[in-house]
Design a protein around this ligand. Structure first.
Ligand SMILES: [Zn+2]
Length: 447
């Protein structure tokens, strides 16, 4: 059982990494650098002893709202794999745990490598119900289908006025990694719509998402380990892996073509819907050949790069009536010999090479200055990027002092010695109590 668990764990970690491109050769290298220390019981018990350095204290002693919580995954994410391995919780189930405690919680399941625009559209359709409409102007610009899947709606009452209270039914959006950028994008679109979409053929058949009439539908945004200013890991991909197709090959190698019986890239808009009964290998080959790996700005790869994040930050802004929270993660320490940040031994070995890379990466060209302030990382994202958007952004970030400031980023702090997937419960530590604290904080926010 333990072996099986570790196998899945390393598989999932590599899936997550794969989103930012890793090839077969690289995957092999990672598995050969696995340290016996990490898998020992001693290490496991050591890791379990690490307590969260970010704690949540409710703003009010009693709950002030009962808004549903929507969990939004990052790159290559999923709802659950094999029916028992959760993105939010690993072998535990954070959604289920919070539900048991009376919270209304839903787990979204959106595009794995899609852009934040496409993911926000899918998230909107998934929560509200209806067909994903990427927008006529957007679809034309990027050369994909305008419409995607149709969803029954996790919370169709979203945005309606509650007859008893006379108030709008809002939600809390919690995003991990890329999911943090996605939920920010959704809030921006809800509040302001999109003028290119409105202007396109004078807005004929315009999706409500783009008509700027969805005001105050969101109570709060919580971004966990999100690359608001991008991740320097994307530079490694530029240098080492010009072809993103190779990363998909890593999927097949790791899965042995069998494990991904249900895996779904959710790239229908690019004509990449998995056919019923289609073997994963055949599906993957189709995805590999697709035009989505050409130089497009309509992808997660662009959105998580530094220039891509800056572009997003220029139009996606913190909205004055929404609470924004952020939590950072890190699991590196400064080497006394080189001054670089290097991974702690307890970091998931699948992240070691990424962490070493980010821990020393600097850049001073193309008007993009990356200095040692970017070294600290959680294996996938630079910790410096996680407090909130700064580059190209007018958003304000304040250290959280127990009183949340609306319309600004309340930075709750950094979870020390947590890697990129420890924080969502895919590591050894049980994160359920931490998320209970988070849910209590959100429920304590004023209506
Ligand atoms: Zn798109």
């Amino acid at each position: 059982m333990m072996f099986f668990y570790r196998l899945i764990m390393s598989g999932v970690a590599v899936i997550l990494c794969s989103g930012l491109s890793i090839g077969l050769a690289h995957a092999t290298e990672l598995s050969s650098t696995r340290l016996p220390y990490h898998s020992s019981l001693k290490a496991a018990s050591q890791e379990k002893k690490i307590r969260p350095s970010v704690k949540f204290t409710p703003v009010n002693s009693s709950p002030q709202n009962t808004y549903p919580i929507i969990l939004v995954h990052g790159l290559a994410g999923f709802d659950d794999l094999y029916g028992f391995f959760q993105y939010w919780g690993g072998l535990t189930d954070i959604e289920k745990d919070l539900r048991k405690r009376g919270y209304h919680v839903y787990t979204a399941d959106i595009g794995t490598f899609s852009s934040n625009w496409d993911r926000a559209v899918e998230l909107y359709a998934q929560i509200k119900g209806g067909r994903a409409d990427y927008g006529a102007a957007h679809a034309k610009k990027h050369g994909h289908d305008r419409y995607g899947r149709t969803y029954p709606g996790l919370y169709p009452e979203w945005g309606k006025v509650d007859e008893k209270t006379g108030k709008v039914n809002k939600v809390h959006l919690i995003g991990h990694s890329l999911g943090g950028q996605t939920v920010r994008t959704l809030v921006q679109l809800l509040e302001h719509g999109d003028k290119n979409e409105s202007a396109f053929k004078k807005g004929v058949g315009l999706s409500p998402l783009f008509n700027h009439e969805q005001k105050s539908w969101v109570s709060s945004v919580m971004a966990i380990s999100s690359p608001h200013d991008g991740s320097t890991l994307t530079y490694q991909i530029e240098e080492m892996m010009p072809k993103a197709q190779q990363l998909i090959a890593a999927f097949a190698a790791i899965s042995g073509n069998r494990s991904f019986v249900d895996y779904d890239f959710k790239l229908d808009q690019w004509g990449l819907k998995r056919h019923p009964g289609e073997p994963f290998n055949d599906y993957m080959k189709r995805v590999c050949k697709s035009s989505i790996w050409k130089k497009t700005k309509d992808s997660s790869e662009w959105d998580t790069s530094l220039p891509g994040a800056i572009e997003l930050n220029q139009w996606v802004q913190a909205q004055p009536q929404v609470y924004y929270f952020s939590v950072g993660t890190e699991q590196t320490y400064r080497s006394p010999f080189t001054g670089h940040e290097v991974p702690e031994l307890l970091m998931n070995p699948a992240f070691y090479s990424f962490s070493f890379y980010m821990g020393k990466y600097t850049r001073n060209f193309d008007e993009m200055i990356v200095d040692k302030g970017w070294f600290k990382n959680d294996g996938m994202v630079n910790t410096r990027s996680m407090a909130g958007p700064t580059m190209g952004s007018t958003d304000l970030i304040v250290p959280y002092n127990g009183t949340p400031q609306i319309g600004k980023w309340n930075y709750l702090g950094t979870m020390k010695s947590y890697d990129h997937v420890d924080i969502i419960g895919m590591g050894i530590r049980d994160m359920r109590p931490w998320y209970r604290g988070m849910a209590a904080l959100l429920a304590s926010l004023p209506e």
